[in-house]
Design a protein around this ligand. Structure first.
Ligand SMILES: *Cc1c(COP(=O)(O)O)cnc(C)c1O
Length: 473
């Protein structure tokens, strides 16, 4: 590559990092900024400018390489680096278990226990009655058995880990039979066929995308069949000319041939949502009652706890799973255990669970309560008293999210905001860059906030975000 004389002159203007650090020394803004951050910011500015010059970017001029404009850029990068990356946001999307926004919120009691365990020593692996080493998971596993009716239980880092661990233990080097309609991709990089391959289980697909019959499973059974696997089609639904085999039937087939049956429930709930007028999802208890040998589900989807993977099932199989050396790599940390245990304790009393666990509370929130919140927000925004803005109450629908109840459209109430001279896209990005960010959505060119997922004390934040936007516009 040939460098022109003009480029050479521009390159010569770039300051060295020492020069930048010297200038930082003289400016009060940089006074308390750690040196590592100054070096990182200064270097990245100079490197980006060098790349731009070599690329022949037209907007690079001698003006953009003067000391004040370089230092202005260094300042911006220092600000970005010094700001925390993981920050709270307001979820105005109406998607309750929003995978991008942190899935489930913990109950107050779960947070309190987590904080207590974080700050103090605990009996994490100490048996207080015997004064000897104890098991770190036994408390939480006992509660899971009590709630689910399962013989045994185990907890790991997340449900992906749970599925992998079960497959690796039960079906490594053996065939696992799965319906073609259940070879799901959950999002991110979790695809059932890939997880199976990594675990060493050999995928034996049966049936078709829309229909799989009992005889498909039956005919596929061979000497080296190690598992019959059913996977919850969490984020989609096959409707129309479709049929699949019930877990009960698969359990009877497994019993006949002495082959274990596993169900990846995905979301997993102890609550029968149909009692609240929502769609029916088989509960964990009902799934255990089918006699399936192993069942896996998430801790932070419909269960409403921290990120975790829960395995329940037959003791003989759980014993094997617990012996697998990989469990150590998948184990839960004590903070998660503390939050999970408290979350599970709520379920001993369903009313307490619904009232205390935010995911359940939001999903079952009566429409008149959502409407009352929407009215409060509408009034609050109107009280700003800016003639450019018009707000109105709207009907909308919330979603469960997190790959659960994919067909559910939960009637909800929202507030839509229009500001003359500001497009819906601009409002959306403004709200998103507020501190804390407010994440809504756009419907028919209107910025919409669904009140189902907005917490009561977040209304003033939203008002503040609009006030800032209107002031600057
Ligand atoms: C969500 C999901 C998983 C992955 O669970 P994580 O807790 O996100 O690891 C696996 N299987 C199914 C069917 C799911 O819905």
């Amino acid at each position: 590559m040939k460098i022109s004389e003009k480029q050479q002159n521009l390159l010569r203007m770039l300051p060295g990092i020492d020069t930048i650090l010297e200038i930082c020394d003289t400016e009060p803004f940089f006074e308390n900024i750690p040196k590592s951050v100054l070096v990182r910011s200064g270097r990245s500015v100079v490197e980006d400018l060098r790349a731009d010059i070599l690329d022949g970017k037209h907007d690079i001029s001698e003006q953009s390489l003067t000391e004040p404009s370089i230092m202005e850029e260094v300042k911006l990068r220092v600000k970005t680096i010094m700001a925390p990356n993981l920050i709270r946001t307001v979820n105005a999307t109406g998607v309750v278990v929003h995978t991008n926004l942190g899935r489930s919120l913990l109950s107050d009691a779960a947070v309190e226990n987590l904080l207590n365990i974080a700050k103090k020593y605990s009996n994490l692996e100490f048996d207080l009655s015997k004064g000897t080493r104890g098991s770190r998971n036994s408390n939480v596993e006992d509660i899971i058995c009590e709630l689910s009716g399962a013989e045994d239980a185990m907890v790991v880092n997340n449900n992906a880990g749970a599925v992998f661990l079960c497959l690796e233990t039960i079906s490594k080097g053996k065939k696992a039979i799965v319906s073609r309609g259940e070879l799901v991709e959950i999002g991110g990089s979790f695809r059932i066929p890939d997880v199976m391959a990594k675990s060493g289980a050999i995928l034996r697909e049966v049936g078709t995308t829309n229909r799989t019959h009992f005889t498909d499973y039956e005919r596929a059974i061979e000497d080296d069949t190690g598992l019959l696997l059913k996977v919850h089609t969490s984020n989609y639904s096959i409707v129309g000319f479709a049929s699949d085999v019930s877990l009960e039937d698969l359990v009877s087939l497994g019993a006949k041939f002495r082959i274990p049956v596993m169900k990846d429930l995905g979301s997993g709930t102890f609550v029968d949502f149909s009692e609240f007028g929502l769609l029916k999802e088989p509960t964990v208890q009902e799934t255990v009652a089918t006699g399936a040998d192993v069942i896996t589900f998430s801790g932070d989807k419909l269960l409403g706890g921290p990120q975790a993977g829960i395995i329940v099932g037959r003791r003989s199989i759980l014993d094997e799973i617990k012996q697998n050396p990989i469990t150590r790599a998948l184990r839960l940390d004590k903070l998660t255990l503390a939050a999970l245990e408290t979350t599970l304790r709520h379920y001993r009393n369903m009313d307490d669970a619904i009232a205390s666990i935010p995911t359940l509370r939001m999903l079952t929130l009566p429409i008149h309560e959502v409407e009352a919140k929407a009215k409060a927000l509408e009034e609050m925004l109107e009280s700003i008293g800016d003639a450019r803005m018009s707000v109105k109450l709207i009907n909308t629908s919330s979603r469960a999210g997190g790959g659960s109840l994919p067909l559910l459209k939960l009637p909800s109430k929202g507030v839509g905001a229009i500001i003359s001279g500001i497009s819906a896209n601009t409002i959306e990005s403004h709200m998103r860059s507020h501190d804390p960010p407010v994440i809504g959505r756009i419907e028919e060119d209107v910025f919409i906030m669904d009140l189902r997922t907005i917490l009561d004390d977040e209304l003033p934040i939203i008002k503040n975000a609009f006030e800032n936007m209107l002031k600057r516009a």
